[in-house]
Write a protein that binds this ligand. Structure first.
Ligand code: C2E
Ligand code: CA
Ligand code: CA
Ligand code: CA
Length: 281
């Protein structure tokens, strides 16, 4: 039994060792990904529910891993966040998104969305030159600051409210907009809506799942929409997957929506081609 225990332990140890090597390997490859140009920008439309027109787009990163193919954020963002690589990835997405929008606005102004939003993980708030990075993305692309939205999750915003509020003030002085992402999933009070300069609320898709047939949930969504609109904010509801959910959202007073039913994230060129056909036809 003792020998068997030892053998088991050996198997376990080898397994741990392999996992560690795997992780180091993936970290090294992810580190190179930015420099090798393996990151890809996908865009998901944000739609005005009344006209069904695309008003904005959210930039969502993908990694074209030469070994494993196209990777979704869930498979590499956590590692990027743990290792600090995320601030380099976010910087790439920021610049690429601004550059893409400028090009789109110049070549096909009729179909170009009014704004692009970019996700910023928590670590960005500790980057001393974050404001300079954003200013650079604006200046080098030439887009107007009002066409850029920076999305931060509720949990990020609640970490150290005074420091965060200061940093966001700086960013807002550039003229860009701040969005609270995954709104409604944090645990703390709504106090940060008072302390933090915000322009957009993105209501988490967990509020939409099961919306049909759940009166209480509908009332909650309606209350969030009213709260946002009363504060003069733009409210974008995420995760619209069916026509029924869209109709309900409209009935509840929603104005902007995002979700698979309205458009999945896709490469820039294919979204542009699709929108060009819609407008032409
Ligand atoms: P998020 O910011 O909340 O982005 C929305 C996610 O929900 C996207 O997943 C999108 O594809 C997905 N989604 C959109 N509509 C629907 C729908 O109707 N149903 C369902 N089930 N899902 C929908 P994605 O692209 O896999 O990104 C996942 C998360 O990864 C993002 O969540 C964001 O937190 C993070 N992420 C993505 N790109 C970046 C980036 O450039 N920087 C940082 N820091 N994080 C990023
Ligand atoms: Ca987001
Ligand atoms: Ca979200
Ligand atoms: Ca999220």
């Amino acid at each position: 039994a003792k020998a068997r225990g030892k053998a088991c332990y050996q198997v376990f140890e080898n397994h741990m060792h392999e996992m560690l090597l795997d992780r180091l390997d993936q970290e090294a490859r992810l580190r190179e990904a930015v420099h090798r140009g393996e990151l890809r920008l996908h865009l998901q439309p944000v739609v005005d529910v009344a006209s069904r027109e695309v008003r904005g787009v959210e930039a969502l990163v993908r990694w074209e891993d030469p070994e494993r193919g196209l990777q979704q954020p869930g498979s590499f963002i956590p590692l990027a966040e743990e290792t600090g690589l995320i601030t380099e990835i976010d910087r790439w997405v920021l610049n690429e998104a601004c550059r893409t929008m400028r090009e789109w606005q110049e070549t096909s102004p009729a179909t170009a969305p009014a704004w692009v939003s970019v996700n910023l993980s928590a670590a960005n708030l500790e980057v001393p030159d974050l404001t300079d990075r954003v200013a650079y993305a604006l200046a080098s692309s030439g887009i107007t600051p009002d066409g850029l939205v920076l999305e931060l999750t509720e949990t990020v915003l609640m970490r150290d409210i005074e420091v965060t509020a200061g940093r966001l003030e700086e960013l807002r002085e550039l003229g860009v907009n701040i969005a609270i992402d995954d709104f409604g999933t944090g645990y703390s009070s709504l106090g940060y809506l008072r302390d933090i300069p915000v322009d957009v609320l993105k209501v988490d898709r967990s509020f939409i799942t099961g919306l049909a047939g759940h009166r209480r949930q509908q009332e909650l969504v309606s209350a969030i929409l009213q709260l946002g609109h009363t504060l003069g904010l733009k409210v974008v509801v995420e995760g619209i997957e069916t026509e029924e959910q869209l109709d309900l959202l409209i009935a509840l007073g929603g104005r902007f929506a995002q979700g698979y039913h309205l458009g999945r994230p896709e490469p820039v060129a294919s979204l542009r081609a699709r929108l060009a056909t819609v407008t032409a036809g």
